[in-house]
Design a protein around this ligand. Structure first.
Ligand SMILES: [Cu+2]
Length: 298
C-alpha cells in the first residue's frame, strides 16, 4: 500500500520535522496550515539549530503546527465526548462526535491507514494504552466503541482526516474515571516488552530534533517471528506519546520487504525527555501491543 513506500515515509517524516520544530518555536500559534513543509534536508538544516535561529526558521514557514493531540478543538473541529466522567470497567462504552465549524457532527471522513478514524485511549501516566477503531453512525455522526478503563485521569486522542481535507488532525480530550488511583512511575528507559509469549525489543536512541532510526524485533518463545501479518497497511504500527503532555507522534515503519522479525521506524521527537512508545503488531490473527519508554537526549 502506498503509505508504506519510502516516499510516503519521507513525506511523513518531513511533516514531523516541521510540526515539532514549529511547536518548539512558536508556542501557542494555532490555525490551519497553509504552507507546505520544507524538504527533509531544508527542514533538518533549519530546525537543527538552536534558539532564535530555529524559531525564525519555524516562523518563516508560517508555523501554525503544534504536536497533535494537545487540543480539544483545532481548525474548526472539536472532539466532543458523550460522557467525560465514567466508572471503571473492562468493557466501557465510549461515544463521541467530531463537530465542525457550525457545531454539526462531522459524518464524512477520508480513509487513512485503512481506517476513517484512529482512537487512542491512554491513562495520563502512560498505562492502559489502547488503539481502537470505533464504528461511525453515518447519520448521527456518533462514533462508538468499548474500551477498558481503570480509575484515574485519561486522555482520548482521535486521529482522522475530514473528507477532502489536505491533512489529518489529532484532537485530544480528557476523560476522568472514578475510583482510587495509584499512578505508575515509568522507568527512564524500558527497551524490552513482554506480551504473553512474545518478547519485543527496541533498539535506537531518540535525539531531540533529529531523525532516529528505531528497530523493533519480535520474538515468540525465543524464536524470531518472520510471519508478521500486515496491520493497518504495514508490519506494525508505532505510536509515541511524550510524557508530561501526551503530545502525539504517529510514526510508521520503513518497509524492508520482510514480515519480521525486525520492524524499522524513523521517528523524530520535538524535545528531550521521556517518551512512551506503543507497538501494535498482528500475529496469529491477534493484535498485541508492546510498550516501551525511551529517554530522548538533547
Ligand atoms: Cu488505528
Amino acid at each position: 500500500m502506498e503509505l508504506t513506500t519510502p516516499a510516503r515515509v519521507g513525506i511523513f517524516a518531513t511533516g514531523l520535522v516541521a510540526l515539532f520544530a514549529t511547536a518548539l518555536g512558536v508556542g501557542n500559534a494555532v490555525g490551519p496550515v497553509v504552507d507546505p513543509p520544507p524538504t527533509g534536508d531544508e527542514a533538518m538544516a533549519e530546525h537543527a539549530g538552536e534558539g532564535a535561529e530555529s524559531m525564525a526558521g519555524a516562523s518563516e514557514h508560517g508555523g501554525d503546527h503544534l504536536p497533535g493531540g494537545l487540543m480539544v478543538s483545532q481548525d474548526g473541529y472539536t472532539l466532543e465526548l458523550a460522557v467525560t466522567r465514567l466508572q471503571p470497567g473492562s468493557s466501557v462504552p465510549l461515544a463521541f462526535t467530531v463537530s465542525d465549524d457550525d457545531g454539526a457532527p462531522l459524518t464524512s471522513y477520508d480513509v487513512e491507514h485503512e481506517k476513517q478514524l484512529h482512537l487512542i485511549v491512554v491513562r495520563r501516566d502512560g498505562t492502559g494504552f489502547q488503539h481502537v477503531h470505533p464504528e461511525l453512525d453515518a447519520t448521527s455522526g456518533e462514533w462508538s466503541t468499548d474500551v477498558a478503563l481503570s480509575a484515574g485521569p485519561w486522555r482520548v486522542l482521535a486521529d482522522f482526516v475530514p473528507a477532502g481535507a489536505d491533512e489529518g488532525i489529532t484532537l485530544g480530550a480528557d476523560l476522568a474515571v472514578a475510583g482510587d488511583f495509584e499512578p505508575v512511575q515509568p522507568p527512564d528507559q524500558s527497551r524490552t516488552s513482554q506480551v504473553g509469549d512474545y518478547t519485543v525489543t527496541i533498539e535506537g536512541d531518540l535525539v531531540a530534533g533529529e531523525d532516529a532510526d528505531l528497530t523493533l524485533t519480535v520474538e515468540k518463545d525465543g524464536q524470531p517471528v518472520t510471519d508478521l501479518q500486515p496491520y493497518l497497511g504495514a508490519n506494525g504500527h508505532l505510536v509515541a506519546l511524550r510524557d508530561g503532555d501526551l503530545a502525539y507522534l504517529h510514526v510508521h515503519p520503513e518497509d524492508d520487504g520482510t514480515a519480521g522479525p525486525e520492524i524499522g521506524f524513523v521517528a523524530e521527537v520535538p524535545s528531550a525527555g521521556r517518551y512512551f512508545l506503543y507497538l501494535d503488531f498482528l500475529h496469529g490473527d491477534v493484535v498485541r501491543t508492546a510498550t516501551f519508554t525511551l529517554e530522548a537526549s538533547r
